[in-house]
Every structure is written in structure tokens, then in C-alpha cells.
Ligand binder design. Structure first.
Ligand code: GDP
Length: 422
């Protein structure tokens, strides 16, 4: 068996897109197991063009790679077609044999998006900071066993028995609780009928496909979305995403046995960012945080929101890597730390021998920092570990010591080639 999993080891936005793109060159299959159009993987093509994928796996950029959206993904059927069209516009055709979508994937419907946005609007200061793409509400309906899956859409049967009860409940909430407009189920069904025809060629039994591929010794790459600390069960609840973002989700979200996974690779940024609300012990307020945000271009790929920035939190990283079973990691955006002055690393939380289980617990944390020498040289042209400035090499080594996990690769720029082995 030959399956690797790449997973963000922080709160998302670690630069997974580029890392997955790098590993996808050697893969036969690239597979997403969870989340939906709330991801924002940025890939810089060899000709310098920048492309942001929200739903499609990053293997779409590699001919010969079959891309799979697993059963654990929530699929916005309009968005997937829009993304395929956007790829076509830049000259990239993704034929059905290169994109397989699980029959068991749940569909994100207009009510899900409307509710997501209405709730965030009403919650204001208590908002989770979702991307407003309807992901959470879609997973709610999945867990409540009233969701609409691709299997039902392609069956060709009337969707009214599913859509009408959904509409009754959701429209009541929209109207009465949030003062928003109701959505007509007949219109949704008609619109779904249009996308159905176009989606049909892509639909597959994703689990069966992958188990067969494993049996044939094909190379599979599992592509994580969001990050381990946003995992529904093990992340910083309630400021998490609504799915199993850690590597544990691979099995339930795709239908492969756990024995199939060879290797988990964590992706971590050389500092920490967080988008939306929730605990962030090493956050830098004011000008130092702004300096990091500006240097790292830390604005959401999906929402454009400024990300909160802070020092690298090795206590959180150690927890995340051990949770996901990652024995190696890729450290990205080391170049962003050039010229940031003396650097700090959060080494541990004083008096706490485990990662806090609730957002409330984080308030009382006393982070212990280590100060490290910074460097001023830009790293953009560096292509080997040896050529990094001494303090940058020391920084990498200290992160390995503090997390107990080997850094196998270092990334020093957004481009495909700006990465080298440790
Ligand atoms: P993802 O959600 O984890 O895939 O994160 P994004 O794709 O949003 O990545 C973050 C941003 O950082 C993107 O604009 C990437 O092009 C960029 N990026 C990735 N790696 C590096 C790096 O090593 N250095 C710099 N400066 N930018 C990077």
C-alpha cells in the first residue's frame, strides 16, 4: 500500500496548496476527505499565474493524476462546475476520468449558505468566523440524516421528498429567526436538475475506486483542508470547522482501511496565523502583528479577511503533529521571518502538561517563550538548507527539538521551486 496524507498542522492556511502540488507530481490519485469550498489552496503555476482552488484537489494541475472528492466532502454542485470552468479559462481541461466525485458526498444547498451567513451576521461578536459557504449547516443536516447526497441527485428521482421538509424548516428559521428571505424549493430543484446533467460523468463510488487503486499498488495522496487545530473533535472547540480535519478523517471520509496509510506529513508555517475567532496564545497585537501580516500577505484566500498573526506556537504544533501521527513536517514561509528582528518561539504553556480542551481554558495560559536571533537576508533565492543564514538554520533546528518532529522540507517562497530538503 502506498498512501500519504498531507495535513495542515496549525489553524489552516499553512501553505498546503503548494506542498500538495509538489507531492502530487509523484501521485496517481489526489484525494480530499473533508471540508468543502471553504478551503483556499493557492498554487503558483510555472508561468507565474496564481490559481486559488477552493474545492477541487490540487492534483488537477498534473496530467495523469486522478482527483477524488471523497464521501466526507460536502459538495457545492454549482461551485465545482464554476471551478472547472475557471480552470478551462486558463487552458486546463479536467475530463471526467480525472475527477471522480463520491456518490456519498453531501450537497451544499442554498439554505445552507443563507443560514451560515445569517447566523454569522446575527452573532456578531460571538461569531465563529466561518467562510459563509454553508459548510457547517450542510454537515448539520448530514448528521441529522436529512441531507441530500449526490447519490439521490443522480438517481433521477424527484428530490421533493428531501427538499420540501428541508425548505419548511430552513425557511422558517431564515424568516422568523434571522429576518432573511425564504428560498423556493421548486427553484432549487430546477437548478439542481441543470447541474445534474453536467455532474453525471464525474460521479463514482469513491471508496471502491480507491480500494481498487490501493490493491493495484497505485500511489495515493490525501489532501487535507483547514488544519488539525480546526478538527471538530480535537481542535479548539467551538472555534473549529465542522469536519474531521485531522488525518483521522481520511478513513471515514474516503472509505479506505487505516492500514493503507503509510505516512502523514504535517505542514506548518514558520509563525502562526488564525482567521476568525478563537484562542490564539502567541498572537501579536498591534504593529508587530501587522508587520508579520504584511510580510506574509496574510489575508484569507477565500474571504480576503486579514488573518491574525503571531509567533510560532510549538506547544500547539507538538499537540497537532502527535494527534495526526505526523512523523515529519514541511516548514513553509520561512522567508517571511527575514527582517522581523529578534524572533520568539512559544516553547510551552507553563503549568499545563496537555493541550487545552476548551477555548475557555486558553484564557488562563501562561506561554513560555524562547528568544532567538533573527536574520535580515531575504531567502527568496535560497535553494538549499546549507545556504540559509545561520540563525535561520538554528530556528529550523529548534522547531524540530521543541516539537520532536523532523522537518523534511523548507519552503522559502510561493513558487513551485522555492522549496528544498532539510
Ligand atoms: P493553504 O490553505 O494551506 O493551502 O494555504 P494557502 O494556499 O492560502 O497559502 C498561503 C499563501 O502562502 C499562498 O498565497 C501561497 O502562495 C503562499 N506561500 C506558500 N508557501 C510559501 C512560502 O514558503 N513563502 C511565501 N512567502 N509564501 C508562501
Amino acid at each position: 500500500m502506498a498512501a500519504d496524507c498531507i495535513v495542515g498542522a496549525q489553524w489552516g492556511d499553512e501553505g498546503k496548496g503548494k506542498v500538495i502540488d509538489y507531492f502530487a507530481r509523484a501521485a496517481d490519485y489526489v484525494v480530499r476527505w473533508a471540508g468543502g469550498g471553504n478551503a483556499g489552496h493557492t498554487i503558483i503555476l510555472p508561468d507565474g499565474r496564481k490559481f486559488v482552488l477552493h474545492l477541487l484537489p490540487a492534483g488537477v494541475f498534473h496530467e495523469g493524476v486522478v482527483n477524488v472528492l471523497g464521501a466526507g466532502v460536502v459538495l457545492d454542485p454549482w461551485l465545482v462546475l464554476e471551478e472547472l470552468r475557471a480552470l478551462e479559462e486558463v487552458g486546463l481541461q479536467v475530463p471526467p476520468e480525472r475527477l471522480r466525485i463520491s456518490l456519498r458526498a453531501h450537497l451544499v444547498l442554498p439554505w445552507h449558505k443563507a443560514l451560515d451567513q445569517a447566523r454569522e451576521r446575527v452573532a456578531e461578536k460571538d461569531a465563529i468566523g466561518t467562510t459563509g459557504k454553508g459548510i457547517g449547516p450542510c454537515y448539520e443536516d448530514k448528521a441529522a440524516r436529512r441531507g441530500l447526497r449526490l447519490a439521490e441527485l443522480v438517481s433521477g428521482k424527484s428530490l421533493a421528498p428531501i427538499l420540501e421538509p428541508l425548505a419548511r424548516e430552513k425557511n422558517l428559521l431564515l424568516r422568523e429567526l434571522y429576518g432573511a428571505d425564504p428560498i423556493d424549493p421548486a427553484q432549487v430543484e430546477a437548478s439542481l436538475g441543470e447541474v445534474r446533467e453536467r455532474l453525471l460523468p464525474f460521479v463514482d463510488d469513491g471508496g471502491a475506486l480507491l480500494r481498487k487503486a490501493l490493491g493495484e499498488g497505485r500511489k495515493i495522496l490525501f489532501e487535507g483542508a483547514q488544519g488539525i487545530l480546526l478538527d471538530l473533535d480535537h481542535g479548539t472547540y467551538p472555534y473549529v470547522t465542522s469536519s474531521s480535519a485531522s488525518s483521522g478523517g481520511v478513513f471515514s471520509g474516503t472509505g479506505i482501511p487505516f492500514s493503507a496509510l503509510d505516512r502523514v506529513i504535517g505542514v506548518a508555517k514558520a509563525y502562526t496565523t488564525r482567521v476568525g475567532e478563537g484562542p490564539f496564545p502567541s498572537e501579536l497585537q498591534g504593529p508587530p502583528g501587522e508587520r508579520l501580516r504584511k510580510a506574509g500577505g496574510e489575508f484569507g484566500a477565500t474571504t480576503g479577511r486579514p488573518r491574525r498573526c503571531g509567533w510560532l506556537d510549538c506547544a500547539a504544533l507538538r499537540y497537532a503533529l502527535s494527534l495526526a501521527g505526523a512523523e515529519e513536517m514541511v516548514l513553509t514561509k520561512l522567508d517571511v521571518l527575514s527582517g522581523q528582528g529578534p524572533l520568539k518561539i512559544l516553547a510551552a504553556y507553563e503549568g499545563l502538561d496537555r493541550f487545552p480542551a476548551s477555548a475557555g481554558e486558553v484564557g488562563g495560559l501562561r506561554p513560555r517563550y524562547e528568544e532567538m536571533e533573527g536574520w535580515d537576508e531575504p531567502l527568496a533565492g535560497v535553494r538549499s538548507f546549507r545556504d540559509l543564514p545561520g540563525p535561520a538554520r538554528d530556528y529550523v533546528a529548534r522547531v524540530e527539538e521543541l516539537t520532536g518532529v523532523r522537518i523534511s522540507m523548507v519552503s522559502v517562497g510561493p513558487g513551485r521551486e522555492e522549496v528544498f530538503p532539510r
